[in-house]
Design a protein around this ligand. Structure first.
Ligand code: ADP
Ligand code: ZN
Length: 664
């Protein structure tokens, strides 16, 4: 896309905008927040003024307010197009809790429910209407919209229109008609996915080239990015959870449904509350597990990528990947679900040789034309480059989104800088073993056998094939097995070696010859002996919210207990009542009057009226005054207890078929 379209906006006060005051008033009165963040104000004023906007902002950046406030200020109903059908109810509940008149129309409703919402829309009793994109293909919906007054169209998760991206939804392509049918209604498209390619597709497919483009910084400074070498992934995960995230809510991503099930069971067996989520589960179980995750404190969801878009639970403390994501975009989107509340959070990925082999095979075997495979390959290469970099992970990530930055001090490579070493000679040894096997024996083998030969191991398979007779047998005894795996992995990542066929055999590429001839050096990353750990210290074993003075802790816990009971009574997620950050501020400030409570960030007019007295009662040592029963919070087994982890074979050894139960 043309560079001129893009505008990077920093905080700026726009003078003279007539409704400026109104937007801030709504922010304070309805949402209870003091001030706009980043470029929110400018976006909001632009849309209130009737302008079109394309908004690129990272997850947790505060996109929702950018269309919610203009919907409240402009006359008519704000129509929000969102693919997140499963979450519409929660989104609407959250708005209603603030006193905003919101409704939705999607396929989960029966006729009667739909009629009710339609009537509210027509009589102007709604501020916001959420619509699934497929509803716009129904003539009836279009007629309905024609008969009401629309204040704006918000196109949420706008990257779904991009075929280059990873969440493509064909229904989104039809959204270009919004402008043709309602040319006078302003449109705001929003996404947290922002490579140039995706951004370009959003502009052109939604016909928004003339819109103003707002590109926020994509940095998520509170997320600590770490990529570890995979040895025993489940056990590594368990160590991470026990050491750094006991009792925390988090998401663990796995590639296949089978590994989702196994991993969830493994965590449960080891005393961690966890539930599985993948497209193979029936809809009821899926919905129930998702609802538990949103509603309970401290549940872990083990999931395929089918889980997560639009999950706006603010207090997800970690996102772990046990398998390599297929693209940097996907990785950033998934890890971005951690720490929306701005509190310290961890993004941890375990990555190994088998991931590379498996993904290359999946690409080779994928349906679609050559161009499609090339695209998948380019995505994978970028992901591998991120894994193998010796630079700051964040600098690499932001560079992928076209943004420059300096080393962050909060990623594994910044915390424990990896060394580089000259891997040219080992690379030559490995590549020449491939050549010899092929030339002298007409054979191809996978990584395991090649490494055994190089290390001079007389395994049954080595003897069976007489591989101890090769001249290269034992020439690599100077490196450990893990180091050889690193060599293979990095050669694959650099395209100097390739995987072929069903058995994951290794073959040369066009560029291997340069290394064999000595015409090309191969710098490699040496894994740090001690992987990076969080720089922050957490109270051992105890669930301790960060940044809370000792004396405020019991108050915070009492408020959480009250919130849990209230949320349960109302059947909404706890954060719909109040966010952790708001409870923390209340616990620290201990306001004595309703007015003082109203000054706390996140306490708007509606919630103050509804809960003000109850909170003051909790602060005075009561239970919130509603006579509710004792807290029925989830009885999370304290981490660190439980049985010892089951030993499991190192997953690296075997190179099985790519699983056929992957959620794309
Ligand atoms: P996004 O959709 O960009 O991922 P959200 O709109 O869900 O982000 O906002 C993330 C969190 O930040 C929410 O909990 C929201 O209430 C909060 N938030 C947004 N804007 C502000 C603001 N100006 N002041 C305080 N909190 C805000
Ligand atoms: Zn860094």
């Amino acid at each position: 896309m043309a560079q001129a379209d893009v505008e990077v906006v920093v905080d700026m006060d726009v003078e003279g905008a007539p409704e400026a005051g109104e937007a801030v008033q709504v922010l304070r009165r309805v949402f209870g927040y003091d001030a706009f963040r980043g470029s929110q104000q400018e976006i909001i004023e632009h849309v209130i003024g009737g302008g079109d906007a394309v908004v690129l902002m990272p997850t947790g950046g505060g996109k929702s307010l950018c269309y919610q406030i203009p919907s409240l200020v402009r006359s008519g109903v704000g129509v929000v197009i969102s693919p997140l059908i499963a979450l519409m109810q929660d989104q609407v509940d959250a708005l209603r809790a603030l006193g905003v008149r919101a409704g939705f129309l999607n396929s989960t409703q029966d006729l009667e429910e739909r009629r009710l919402v339609e009537a509210e829309f027509l009589s102007g009793e709604l501020d916001l209407l959420y619509l699934a994109p497929e509803r716009l293909r129904v003539e009836q919906t279009l007629n309905l919209l024609d008969r009401g007054k629309i204040s704006l169209f918000a196109i949420d998760e706008a990257h779904c229109v991009a075929q280059w991206g990873h969440d493509f939804r064909p229904d989104y392509l039809a959204l270009s008609m919004l402008h043709e049918r309602w040319p006078e209604v302003p449109r705001i498209a929003l996404t947290a996915t922002a490579t140039e390619a995706t951004h370009g597709e959003i502009s052109s497919r939604l016909r928004m080239a003339d819109a103003r483009h707002f590109v926020a910084s994509f940095d998520r400074p509170n997320i600590q990015y770490r990529i570890a070498t995979k040895s025993e992934p489940k056990r590594q995960l368990l160590e991470l959870l026990r050491a750094e995230h006991p009792g925390d809510a988090g998401i663990v991503y796995c590639l296949s449904r089978a590994s989702v099930e196994k991993t969830a069971q493994f965590l449960v067996d080891n005393g961690i509350e966890a539930v599985p989520y993948h497209a193979g589960l029936d809809a009821r179980t899926r919905a129930a597990n998702q609802a538990r995750f949103l509603r309970e404190d401290g549940l872990v969801v083990v999931a395929t990528i089918a889980f997560g878009m639009g999950i706006d639970k603010p207090d997800v403390r970690f996102v772990a990947h046990l398998d390599l994501p297929k693209s940097v975009e996907g990785y950033y989107q998934e890890t971005g679900r951690a720490g929306r509340d701005g509190q310290p959070s961890t993004a941890w990925l375990a990555y190994g040789l088998q991931d590379v082999v498996q993904q290359r095979k999946m690409i080779d075997g994928s349906e679609g034309d050559e161009a499609h495979r090339r695209r998948l390959s380019a995505h994978l290469d970028a992901m591998l480059a991120l894994c193998e970099t010796v630079q700051c992970r964040r600098v690499r990530l932001l560079a992928y989104f076209g943004q420059e930055s300096t080393p962050c001090g909060n990623c594994d490579t910044c915390l424990v800088p990896p060394q580089t070493w000259d891997g040219t000679v080992p690379a030559q040894k490995l590549l020449s073993t491939v050549v010899r096997l092929q030339r002298e024996r007409g054979q191809k083998f996978g990584a395991g056998q090649l490494i055994d030969i190089l290390m001079g191991k007389k395994t049954a398979k080595v003897i069976q094939f007489d591989h101890d007779q090769l001249s290269v047998f034992g020439v690599g005894a100077d490196l450990r097995e893990a180091e050889w795996r690193g060599v293979v992995r990095q050669l694959l990542a650099q395209g100097l070696l390739a995987v072929e066929g069903d058995y994951g055999t290794l073959v040369l590429t066009d560029t291997s010859g340069e290394v064999l001839r000595g015409a090309r050096e191969v710098p490699m990353r040496r894994e740090p002996e001690k992987p990076a750990r969080a720089a922050r210290s957490k109270a051992s074993g105890k669930r301790a919210p960060v940044d809370l003075p000792e004396e405020a802790l019991p108050v915070f816990e009492a408020l959480r207990g009250w919130r849990g009971r209230t949320a349960k009574e109302q059947g909404v997620p706890a954060y719909v009542i109040f966010h952790d950050a708001t409870l923390r501020e209340i616990a620290t400030a201990r306001p004595a009057t309703v007015a003082a409570l109203g000054a706390v960030n996140g306490v708007g007019e509606n919630k103050l009226a509804k809960y003000g007295e109850q909170i003051l009662d909790v602060l005075a040592g009561g239970d919130g005054g509603d006579g509710a029963e004792a807290p029925a919070g989830p009885a999370a087994a304290p981490a660190g207890r439980g049985t010892a982890p089951e030993p499991e074979p190192a997953d690296e050894e075997a190179l099985p078929e790519p699983p056929d139960d992957i959620d794309w």
